[in-house]
Design a protein around this ligand. Structure first.
Ligand code: HEM
Length: 483
């Protein structure tokens, strides 16, 4: 059966997709939505047949897209989501340890090299100017936690919602059972514990306190319909073709698709971020004719206020309902939302079309789908810097090089994107170890072309503690590994 991946707005009950969805892992086209997770990183031993057997058994527990939807329907009817959700993904070394033919391996260049290989050259230049770059993410492996510097062959996600105490117990139990099943075959390298944090409106937030997970490409009718009801698409089209995330699985059959996964453990310096935002607010206040609040300064960094209101739309929070229906057409010079703001760097919403006259389809093809979850201490006002808190960043995409690496390297880490001297993304932009960032330029008056500008350096409050590139294969591949 051939599937046209250019399609979007897919009904989960569409008869043309039933075989594909039964074979595709969950959490790709739609987030699993659970409140707590364990990310179990494992390595395999040298007995390839034993490794394949273990993966085949584990595959029986993996949640498909169809099963995820069945669980979701049951949740809606019964009002609780007590179903365990399971994903299984493999790194390039994982494929090697299975001893499968190379023709069955996914072939993304970054996937094959692995995240730890900082000598690999990637072509990350826009518009076809070829300029291969080493270490495009500017990673400093000396900052990584030891387990992430070791070989990681794969990762299992266990995710669950419900009464917190029971959920934690059940997840720990799953990890223990996985550990036992690996006995004599391989070992667990490290386990990351993720948990969703919420504000008083029950919206998902990250550790700096901002609503997170608002803007993501959407593939399914149900999700697009919800976004339509939340404010429409007049300024921003959230729909995306399946090809943004799905690629044919070279190890599967005709109905087999998988996706590439980028995993990054990102530690957040909450105290440092808000101290710097305070200083930025004071610096802006001195020049402006009004008192600038730290919350406003924070919104200049993110591009949204804590409650999700886009700063390109209004100078304060409280933009109810219309979460994602905006673009920067009325702010072409970055006078309301700075060009360096996180959401503008990571989704320029037409800026590159205006600036470089490049087709909108190219900019839209860079989008990634975020499925991360917070980790660590839930205190949003910690007494010290660099507490054990941050984001277990996880994105899915059809190309690691053309989507995630491009976004991080060519947009967030590039001080000259969108224009010269814009500076780094204040949240996640990072330079090569030892390099000093340029200051970004901040306007003292929202939307005013005549307002004074302030030069102020804002970066370095998120650091990478480890990560890996994976492929999340089809269930057909995993369940049919040769005996
Ligand atoms: C600790 C690290 C990070 C934090 C605290 C963070 C926080 C946020 C927040 C608050 C938003 C706005 C709400 C939303 O639209 O969901 C956002 C959006 C986004 N972030 Fe991040 N983020 C982090 C890392 C990253 C990284 C590493 C990337 C990719 C290079 C990234 C890509 C995006 C994208 C694509 C959006 C949506 C932009 C849009 O469509 O408007 N984020 N992030």
């Amino acid at each position: 059966m051939s599937v046209n991946l250019n399609q979007t707005n897919i009904g989960l009950d569409d008869p043309n997709f039933q075989t594909v969805f039964a074979n595709l892992q969950g959490n790709i086209l739609k987030g699993h939505g659970r409140d707590a997770a364990r990310h179990v990183f494992f390595s395999l031993g040298s007995d390839e047949a034993a490794n394949r057997r273990w993966i085949r058994q584990l595959a029986e527990t993996v949640t498909s897209m169809s099963e995820q939807d069945r669980q979701h329907q049951a949740f809606k009817q019964q009002g609780k989501a007590d179903h365990l959700f399971v994903n299984l993904m493999l790194s390039a070394t994982g494929y090697r340890h299975l001893g499968v033919a190379q023709t069955q391996w996914p072939d993304d260049q970054a996937f094959l090299a692995g995240m730890k290989d900082v000598t690999q050259r990637y072509d990350t230049a826009p518009r076809g100017d070829h300029k291969p770059t080493v270490n495009p993410l500017n990673d400093d492996l000396s900052q990584w936690e030891t387990p992430f510097t070791q070989t990681i062959d794969g990762m299992v996600i266990f995710a669950l919602s419900g009464d917190p105490a029971t959920v934690e117990q059940s997840l720990d139990h799953q990890v223990q059972a996985l550990k036992q099943s690996l006995d004599g075959i391989g070992q667990i390298v490290v386990v990351q514990r993720g948990h969703v944090m919420r504000n008083d409106k029950q919206q998902v937030i990250e550790h700096f306190g901002f609503v997170d997970g608002v803007s993501n490409p959407k593939f399914l009718f149900s999700e697009l319909n919800e976004e339509y009801r939340n404010g429409g698409y007049s300024q921003n089209d959230p729909s995306a073709p399946l090809s943004l995330v799905m690629v044919p699985d070279p190890g599967g059959d005709q109905s087999s698709f998988g996706t590439y996964v980028v995993y990054r453990k990102l530690q957040q310096n909450i105290k440092g971020f808000w101290q710097r935002a305070d200083l930025l607010a004071n610096t802006l206040s001195e020049k402006a004719d009004r008192k600038v609040s730290p919350d406003f300064a924070g919104a200049l960094c993110v591009g949204r206020f804590k409650d999700g209101t886009p700063i390109s739309e209004q100078a304060g929070d409280g933009w109810t309902n219309l979460f994602n229906n905006f673009n920067f057409d009325q702010d072409a010079d970055g006078l309301r939302c700075p060009f360096h703001a996180h959401v503008r760097k990571t989704n320029p919403r037409g800026d590159t079309v205006r600036q470089f006259n490049s087709p909108p389809t190219i900019e839209r093809s860079r989008r990634i789908v975020r499925r991360g979850i917070s980790f660590g201490d839930t205190e949003l006002n910690p007494a010290t810097e660099w507490t054990d808190a941050g984001l277990l960043f996880l994105s899915v995409q059809a190309s690691i090089v053309d989507q995630f690496i491009f976004m991080q390297h060519t947009w967030c880490n590039n001080e000259n994107f969108l224009r010269g001297d814009v500076g780094l993304d204040p949240l996640v932009g990072q330079l090569q170890p030892g390099q000093t960032p340029e200051s970004q330029t901040w306007s003292t008056g929202w939307g005013s072309p005549t307002a004074d500008k302030v030069s102020f350096s804002f970066s370095g409050f998120v650091r990478t503690k480890g990560g890996e590139y994976f492929f999340m294969p089809s269930l057909h591949f995993l369940k049919n590994l040769p005996a």
